[in-house]
Design a binder for this molecule. Structure first.
Ligand SMILES: *Cc1c(COP(=O)(O)O)cnc(C)c1O
Length: 197
């Protein structure tokens, strides 16, 4: 099996790609594209506007001062990680937005995301905001550590089930097979597409 067999659950991490290259990936069958930066997403969405069936995901950290410009242009936010962001989404978003809470399961203070111990309270907090439709959790594996990544992805899948949510977003070019083992709903794959376009 190749990663291309999972295109229906792949969010193409398109930060490496021009819109011409994204068009090639689209022609392979990908319909979910994820950008890390607000400006990148807006420019690429405008250039690819004829493809109305593309779903746009924001997969990078979102600063509150950018919320107003982007929040009605996306279909999914993978990086909800603080209440201040929720307050801004509540203020500027027109209809409920499908959001995933980024969870920092590596407990690495250098990384973004909610720690496991703070998750129950954060989920409760988020439920106050009706412009946020919490659909699941997102995480990033441990770099070059498959054993750790295995535990992280297993935990994220358990969290999804415990909270009765619908999706996990986990697995990148180097660890998507581990993510599949734990039933990942959204793989976020970038680099591997360089080899097929
Ligand atoms: C770049 C990126 C990916 C994809 O990484 P690859 O290793 O190139 O597949 C996934 N998630 C996030 C948040 C990214 O920034």
């Amino acid at each position: 099996m190749s990663f291309l067999d999972y295109l229906d659950k792949t969010v193409v991490a398109s930060k490496y790609f021009s819109t011409d290259e994204m068009e090639k990936i689209y022609n392979l069958g990908a319909r979910h594209f994820g950008e890390n930066y607000v400006t990148g997403l807006l420019t690429k969405k405008e250039k690819l506007k004829d493809h109305k069936d593309i779903k746009w995901h924001l997969i990078g950290h979102l600063q509150t001062n950018k919320v107003k410009n982007i929040i009605n242009e996306i279909d999914y936010l993978h990086t909800l990680d603080r209440e201040k962001l929720a307050i801004f989404i509540q203020k500027y978003r027109n209809t409920p937005l499908d959001c995933l809470i980024q969870v920092n399961l590596e407990e690495n203070p250098q990384k973004e995301g909610i720690f496991l111990k703070d998750l129950p309270e954060f989920v409760r907090t988020i439920k106050k905001y009706d412009k946020i439709n919490l659909i699941g959790f997102m995480t990033i594996g441990a770099i070059d550590d498959d054993k750790k990544t295995d535990i992280i992805f297993k935990t994220l899948n358990e969290l999804k089930n415990n909270y009765h949510l619908q999706v996990t977003s986990m697995g990148m070019s180097g660890d998507y097979q581990i993510a599949l083992k734990y039933n990942s709903d959204f793989l976020r794959i970038g680099s591997l597409f360089k080899g097929v376009i």
